[in-house]
Write a protein that binds this ligand. Sequence first.
Ligand code: SF4
Length: 362
Amino acid sequence: MPAADARAIARRPRGLPRRLLLTRAARGHAHGLAMAERAAALGLDVVELAGDRVTLDLPEDPRRAYRQAKETLAVTVAPPSKLRLQPIAPSADWRVDLAEGCPAHCAYCYLAGSLKGPPITRAYANLDEILAALPAYLGTGRITSRSRVRAHEGTTFEASCYTDPLAIEPVTGSLAATIAHFGGWNEAVQLRFTSKFADVGPLLPLAHHGRTRMRASVNPAAYARFEAGTDPVAERLAALGRIARAGYPVGLTIAPIIAAEGWREAYGALIAQAAAVLAGIAGLDLTVELITHRYNPGSKAVLESWYPGSRLDMSGAGRATKRTKFGAEKQVYDADTMRALKVFFEAEIGERLPEARILYWT
Ligand code: SF4
């Protein structure tokens, strides 16, 4: 391997896929071609597919197939259905997908059971079309646009519903382009994303004009075993501090809250750590979102096949069954546990992060 290639690969950020598949349609978009160029510079194998179907010869062995799929980023063109936005309560008015899938290996990942097929991440080459669809939604939506307490956030667009956009940003560049787009969109709008990654350097100099809120998705360091392939929580918090100093509104997504033994001490230490990192930042605009761990039969089956050795408790003990408005079942913590968690988080945040606005508890 030439020395330059070796250096590029050594620079490859944590969690980044190993190969990039470029569909024929994606090659018709400058943004798709730019992704392939960045991938090659980072040492990823770039494969040009003959057509638009994402095909990858996966091994029979399900463990190896899973790993190879997770190591693959496909650059595709978002279909017209993706340009019709869906509501995304309780985070934001609308969901805007720059990509789907994530290369990390969280034992509780909410994508398991939501996305079908092998867990190949797809990044969209037609970003200009995705962004061009947004103005039609201005002033619409039920979460912030019509909320008395959150109306000042404007029309909100959540970019991390089906992906962690920062995880793949070194290849895609989609997040930076979208932040810049919102920065130049002189309306009451807000882009939102949350991440378990820390490589925010390229986002710091962007002309965001306060129209993007980055949240760090965090859990105690003691739970790192549930979040393989992500950046350590101390790095995520440090990244949030850097972003806040660059004038971005910021937030903590404490998710998923896991009521494992010792949770009070673990989350108390986490909130104290966040408070220390964010202390003294002038003009800090901080929100907190609190999301308890839940799963459904489909996601449990997928996660148990992906992470058979995981110690994440999905046994059903201490759980209650909740029905979504669409009739699907999910397992949430039982009422006593939920109450204890909620009381604890509200008190700790009130004490350690008094300037923070809690957006929701779920
Ligand atoms: Fe899933 Fe988020 Fe973990 Fe990625 S970082 S595997 S999207 S939970």
